[in-house]
Design a protein around this ligand. Structure first.
Ligand code: NI
Ligand code: MN
Length: 230
């Protein structure tokens, strides 16, 4: 069984029998986070892009857990400068780790820069991530607008669960995200990246109502777990 625990915003703890990972672990400073970053125990930290509401506690968690950071080449190397274990890859590339974790990077239409002290440090392209474990495939779209090549995400590996941003302003809104789900065609579509801040207020029910009939929309509150049974 694969368990997905929503940690608020775009952060998810994903656990199989052999592999534990967290993706986009923005915990500290995330008003919806149900845990502290120090409670998580993982083998991998996957980061979709360099924005602080996605990199979040990646360094802190990876260091404490001796976890491997998986991200685009520039961002992974950036974490490597701090002495962290990392696996750089890039869009279109996939990797199968010895413990059974599969990761493939897909495009996202967004940015991937760190902005600090009036400096912009650009760290590669933003990504969506297809995660495979125990025969299940989970697509985390990262931050992105709607684009029609999402139709290709499930072409080789049909998607069980799509995690999609719905908050608007920086990403798709509820209606565009429902169209994204139509393109990806997962069994289950779960909204994320909304209501963390005022500017990304959204109604997850509107997302679910706009989904095609053969895709089940599931609203998971921060702290709750979605179980994907084999
Ligand atoms: Ni972003
Ligand atoms: Mn974001």
């Amino acid at each position: 069984m694969v368990r997905l625990r929503f940690l608020g915003h775009s952060a998810w703890l994903i656990e199989g029998e052999r592999v534990k990972l967290v993706i986009d672990p923005f915990i500290t400073g995330n008003p919806l986070a149900p845990v502290s970053a120090d409670e998580l125990s993982v083998d991998y930290v996957i980061v979709t892009h360099a924005h602080s509401d996605h990199t979040g506690d990646a360094e802190r968690i990876a260091r404490r857990c001796s976890a491997t950071i998986v991200a685009n080449n520039e961002l992974a190397n950036f974490f490597g400068f701090s002495g962290l274990k990392n696996h750089p890859m890039h869009i279109g590339g996939s990797v199968s780790f010895p413990d059974g974790l599969f990761v493939k990077l897909f495009p996202a239409f967004h940015g991937s820069a760190i902005i600090k002290n009036k400096q912009v440090l650009s760290l590669g392209l933003p990504t969506g991530v297809l995660i495979g474990l125990e025969g299940k495939y989970i697509y985390h779209a990262g931050d992105t607008g709607l684009f029609s090549d999402m139709k290709l995400v499930g072409r080789r590996n049909p998607v069980d669960v799509a995690l999609l941003p719905i908050g608007g302003n920086f990403t798709m809104d509820e209606v565009d995200a429902a169209t994204a789900a139509e393109f990806i065609h997962p069994k289950y579509a779960i909204p994320m990246h909304y209501n963390t801040f005022e500017v990304i207020k959204a109604d997850p029910k509107q997302f679910v109502e706009n989904l095609p009939e053969d895709i089940e929309g599931v609203i998971i509150n921060p702290g709750e777990i979605f179980e994907l049974k084999g």
